[in-house]
Write a protein that binds this ligand. Structure first.
Ligand SMILES: [Zn+2]
Length: 180
């Protein structure tokens, strides 16, 4: 739990363990590794692990191959055949595909008290609010409209230009937040 006054951490600052990648990672130095990544896909560490014979427990190992954390697993059949692995948060039991770590134990987003709002998403909201402020100045009720009679042509054009700029930047930030 973060202390009061300390800004909330966001998902993008954490190392991510994505169980969907389990099958993709081969062996390295005599044992299987799972990579942890940042949200943008950048690999930040390789975690050595083992899976119990019945595949119900994933054990994260430390550098000396000692168990560091055990994570329960479940396998769910896919429509098109095969199975999909899921992992349970060691702290609360929530079932999902992603766990997060800041270098310490893995846990789900809620247990780490991570902000749901990514930096890009909060940027997008901020830019949208700016765009809406200008809309209000223009007396518009949507994304487009005409020049209010009382407004100078030059002021109108400047506001329309700024509105378009904020709106476009908001769209870009939203797209980044969604990973598009
Ligand atoms: Zn949890």
């Amino acid at each position: 739990m973060p202390k009061r006054g300390i800004p909330k951490r966001i998902v993008e600052d954490m190392n991510l363990l994505d169980i969907r990648k389990l099958k993709l990672v081969g062996t390295l130095g005599g044992g299987p590794f799972l990579s942890t990544t940042r949200r943008d896909g950048r690999i930040v560490s390789l975690v050595r692990y083992s899976v119990s014979p019945d595949r119900s427990v994933l054990t994260i190992l430390d550098g000396k191959l000692q168990p560091r954390q055990t994570i329960k697993m479940a396998w769910v059949p896919c429509h098109l055949g095969g199975e999909r692995p899921f992992i349970f948060c060691p702290a609360c039991g929530h079932r999902g595909e992603l766990l997060y770590s800041d270098g310490g134990p893995f846990a789900c987003r809620r247990c780490h008290d991570l902000s749901y709002e990514s930096r890009n998403l909060s940027d997008a909201w901020r830019l949208l609010r700016q765009s809406q402020k200008i809309q209000k100045k223009l007396g518009w009720h949507g994304l487009e409209g005409g020049r209010p009679r009382w407004m100078h042509e030059a002021t109108f054009e400047r506001l329309v230009e700024r509105h378009r700029d904020y709106d476009w930047r908001a769209v870009l930030a939203m797209a980044r937040a969604l990973g598009i």
